[in-house]
Design a protein around this ligand. Structure first.
Ligand SMILES: Cc1cc2nc3c(=O)[nH]c(=O)nc-3n(C[C@H](O)[C@H](O)[C@H](O)COP(=O)(O)OP(=O)(O)OC[C@H]3O[C@@H](n4cnc5c(N)ncnc54)[C@H](O)[C@@H]3O)c2cc1C
Length: 382
C-alpha cells in the first residue's frame, strides 16, 4: 500500500491551491454575502480546466484520475465551498453520466461545452414527494412520436439557475405500454422549461438552488440517456460517484476550519498564555487533525476503487457519511476555539459552519448513507 501521492496528484494539489488562494479567496465572502453565483469566477475556473476534470482530452477535459478529482474539489472547497459545490455537481453528477452512458452524438453535442465551462450542468432527481425515497418520483415523460412530453416539477436543484442542460430523472410511458424510470437530457431553452425562484439558504449561498417546472416540454428521443429503462440504475451509480465529490468538499471545509483554529489558538492570549496551551483547546485540534486524516484516507480509497473499476458503493457512502460528519464537528469546534470572534462575519469560520451542514443532507442524507452501508454489509460486502 502506497500512501504517497503521485507527482501529478501533488502538482494538482499545489496548482489548485494556488489558484484558489489567489482567485477564489477574494470572491468567497462576497458570493456568500450576496448569494450570487459569479460568472467571472466560472471563466477563471476554465483556466485550470475545473469544468472537465475527468473528461477525456478529446472533449476538452483534463482527463485526471479520481484522486486528483477529489484533491481539486477539496482545494476549491477549502477556500470557497459554494464554488466547490458548483464544480463538483457539474463534473460528477452532470458531465459524468453523459460521458458514461451517453451516445457518441450526445457526447459530441454536450461535452465540449461542459468541459470548457461554456455551459453548466447538474442532476435533478428530488421532487416535493421524493427525497430519500428516490423511487418515488412522479415527473412523467409520455412518448409522442419522436419525442417524450415531460410534465412535473423538481426541487432543490443545484446549479438550477445556471445550468444549460440537466440530467433529469423521470418516469416514462411508451406508446406500447412500457413504463419505468429514465434519465433525460433536458435543455434550458426547450419550450415549457421554467426555472423557479432561487432558494434562500443557510449556507452554500454562492451556488444557486432552484425548483424547476416542466410544462409539456418536448424532449427528443435522442436526449434519452442510456437505455430508456436504465434511469434508476444511472441515478444510483451516478450518486456513488457524486458522493466522493461531496465528501471531498466536506473535507476541504474541515481543513479550512482546522487551519484557522490552529492559527487563531496560537495567537489568542488569555490568562497570559496562548489559548493553544490549554488542553481543552489543543485536544480539539488533535481530534480535528485525526478525523480529517481518516476522512481523507476514506475519500482516496473510494476514488482509488473507482479508478480501478472495483465496487465502491459502500466505500463512497462511507467516505461521504464520515467526512460530512467530522467536517460538521470540525467547523463547530473551530468556531468554539475562536470564541465570540468566530461568531462574527468578519472571520470565515461562521461561513464554514453554515456551509458544511448540507454535506450531511444532499446526495443522500447521513441516515441514507448508513442504510446503504448496512445493505452492502448484509449482502456480504463486509
Ligand atoms: C442545498 C441543496 C441542494 C440539493 N441539490 C440537489 C440536486 O442538485 N439534485 C437533486 O436531485 N437533489 C438535490 N438536493 C436534494 C437532496 O438530495 C435531498 O434533500 C435529500 O436526499 C433528502 O431528501 P428530503 O429533503 O426530501 O428529506 P426526506 O427524505 O424527507 O428526509 C427527512 C429526514 O428523514 C430521514 N429519513 C428518510 N428516510 C429514511 C429512512 N429510510 N431511514 C432513516 N431515515 C430516513 C432523512 O435522513 C432525513 O433526516 C439538494 C438539497 C439541498 C438542501
Amino acid at each position: 500500500m502506497n500512501f504517497e501521492l503521485k507527482d501529478k496528484q501533488k502538482l494538482v494539489r499545489s496548482s489548485v491551491r494556488k489558484f484558489s488562494e489567489e482567485v477564489l479567496a477574494p470572491v468567497a465572502p462576497i458570493i456568500d454575502r450576496d448569494a450570487e453565483f459569479s460568472w467571472d469566477t466560472a471563466k477563471e475556473l476554465s483556466k485550470i480546466n475545473a469544468w472537465g476534470i475527468q473528461l477525456p482530452e478529446k472533449y476538452g477535459g483534463a482527463d485526471l484520475d479520481s484522486i486528483s478529482y477529489s484533491i481539486t474539489i477539496e482545494e476549491i472547497s477549502r477556500i470557497c465551498a459554494s464554488t466547490g459545490l458548483t464544480v463538483t455537481v457539474h463534473n460528477s453528477v452532470g458531465a459524468y453520466p453523459i460521458y458514461k452512458w451517453g451516445s457518441e452524438e450526445q457526447k459530441e453535442k454536450f461535452l465540449p461545452d461542459l468541459a470548457s465551462g461554456n455551459k453548466i450542468t447538474g442532476f435533478t432527481w428530488t421532487e416535493p414527494n421524493a427525497g430519500s425515497d428516490a423511487s418515488g418520483i412522479e415527473c412523467l415523460a409520455v412518448e409522442d412520436g419522436d419525442d417524450f412530453v415531460l410534465n412535473g416539477s423538481k426541487i432543490f436543484v443545484t446549479n438550477g439557475a445556471i445550468a444549460s442542460v440537466l440530467v433529469v430523472g423521470t418516469r416514462f410511458k411508451k406508446e406500447n405500454g412500457e413504463e419505468g424510470m429514465t434519465a433525460l437530457l433536458v435543455e434550458k431553452d426547450m419550450e415549457g422549461y421554467e426555472i423557479g425562484t432561487k432558494e434562500d439558504k443557510l449556507g452554500m449561498r454562492g451556488n444557486p438552488t432552484t425548483s424547476l417546472y416542466f410544462n409539456n416540454v418536448r424532449v427528443p428521443k435522442e436526449n434519452v440517456l442510456g437505455k430508456i429503462s436504465d434511469g434508476f440504475k444511472i441515478a444510483m451509480q451516478t450518486l456513488d460517484v457524486g458522493r466522493i465529490g461531496i465528501a471531498a468538499q466536506a473535507l476541504g471545509i474541515a481543513q479550512a476550519a482546522y487551519e484557522h483554529a490552529v492559527e487563531y489558538s496560537k495567537g489568542r492570549i488569555q490568562f497570559r498564555k496562548p489559548i493553544s496551551n490549554f488542553q481543552g483547546v489543543s485536544f480539539k485540534l488533535a481530534e480535528m487533525a485525526t478525523n480529517i486524516d481518516a476522512a481523507r484516507l476514506l475519500v482516496y480509497r473510494a476514488a482509488y476503487l473507482k479508478d480501478n473499476r472495483e465496487r465502491f458503493t459502500k466505500e463512497s457512502a462511507m467516505c461521504k457519511y464520515y467526512a460530512s460528519k467530522i467536517a460538521r464537528k470540525a467547523t463547530q469546534e473551530a468556531l468554539q476555539v475562536h470564541g465570540g470572534y468566530g461568531y462574527m462575519k468578519d472571520l470565515p469560520v461562521e461561513r464554514y459552519y453554515r456551509d458544511v451542514k448540507v454535506t450531511e443532507i444532499y446526495e443522500g442524507t447521513s441516515e441514507i448513507m448508513k442504510l446503504i452501508i448496512a445493505q452492502q454489509i448484509l449482502r456480504g460486502n463486509i
